[in-house]
Design a protein around this ligand. Structure first.
Ligand SMILES: N[C@@H](CCC(=O)N[C@@H](CS)C(=O)NCC(=O)O)C(=O)O
Length: 205
């Protein structure tokens, strides 16, 4: 399998970490949406990352669909999102918050880096950054108070996606989280920072 996309993309990174955690072997093609858009379209007509090219040549797109395939492949005993019931709903809620943080912080990053300064609309940027913060605060408050895991006393997709979202916000919007207290998320990030799947994919701006 070949994973398309760079670790600066939190959506790509959560797939990379999940592939490692679940024990899949795969190759990387570190294409950037800023400079390799045409090549990325060979794998995803939308020009977005991640895409995962299977050994059959089939290209899976969108991180949630890719992760669903990985969970289905390893089966319900090892899947990172529980197969059914209240546990599944709780993990999906936490993952959805992390995905919302990724969407809003990526949009804020694009506003800052891809749009000429004179065409920026500060109220829009402020709204994106406020939504990023609100999502992180909700994740922090809805996490288990006894750590390190956010829920269920084991690693799930909520932990992987939350750390990918937090690390991206720290990297891409460094001033935003300077004075924000997120103790449960920080404890989780600290617990995972030296795990090979997380360390080897740490994003750089
Ligand atoms: N819902 C998608 C979002 C993927 C996404 O927005 N990726 C960004 C990079 S972080 C991207 O490809 N941006 C370029 C674009 O949207 O044109 C997923 O979960 O994979």
């Amino acid at each position: 399998m070949i994973l398309i996309g760079r670790d600066l993309s939190p959506f790509t990174r959560r797939v990379a970490i999940s592939l490692d955690v679940l024990g899949f072997t795969y190759e990387r093609k570190q294409l950037s949406t800023a400079t390799d858009a045409l090549e990325i379209r060979q794998y995803n007509p939308l020009g977005r990352v991640p895409a995962l090219v299977l050994d059959t040549g089939e290209s899976l797109i969108d991180s949630s669909a890719i992760l669903d395939y990985l969970d289905e492949t390893v089966g319900p005993d090892r899947s990172l999102i529980p197969a059914s019931g209240p546990e599944r709903r709780h993990i999906l809620r936490l993952v959805s918050l992390a995905l919302g943080v990724m969407e809003k912080s990526v949009a804020a990053y694009y506003e800052r880096t891809r749009r000429p300064a004179e065409t920026r609309h500060p109220p829009w940027l402020n709204m994106l950054e406020d939504q990023t913060l609100a999502g992180l605060e909700a994740l922090n408050s809805q996490a288990d108070s006894k750590g390190p895991w956010l829920a269920l006393g084991r690693m799930t997709q909520a932990d992987i996606s939350a750390v990918a979202a937090l690390d991206f916000a720290d990297t891409a919007l460094p001033n935003l989280l300077k004075d924000v207290n997120l103790p449960r998320l920080r404890r989780l990030a600290l617990h995972l920072q030296n795990e090979p799947a997380f360390l080897s994919t740490k994003p750089k701006a």
